[in-house]
Write a protein that binds this ligand. Structure first.
Ligand SMILES: [Zn+2]
Length: 65
């Protein structure tokens, strides 16, 4: 286990399995669900469509692809 900065908010965290602190990890999980649901309903949507419709950051969307 080592110390690093949260990938998202920069807070110092103990790194074990995630690169984010707990609040950011939870937010990320919610955003992931939102994107998955949107893509399921709109299979032909582009990354930009997903971005504009869900409000999830491009970085998060690209991580999922
Ligand atoms: Zn964070």
């Amino acid at each position: 286990m080592s110390i690093a900065n949260c990938e998202q908010c920069g807070r110092v965290i103990l790194v074990n399995f995630d690169k984010r602190c707990k609040p950011c990890a939870e937010l990320h999980l919610q955003e992931t669900r939102k994107v998955k649901e949107f893509v399921r309903l709109h299979p032909r949507a582009s990354i930009m469509d997903v971005y504009h419709q869900t409000g999830v950051s491009l970085q998060t969307i690209k991580e999922m692809i």
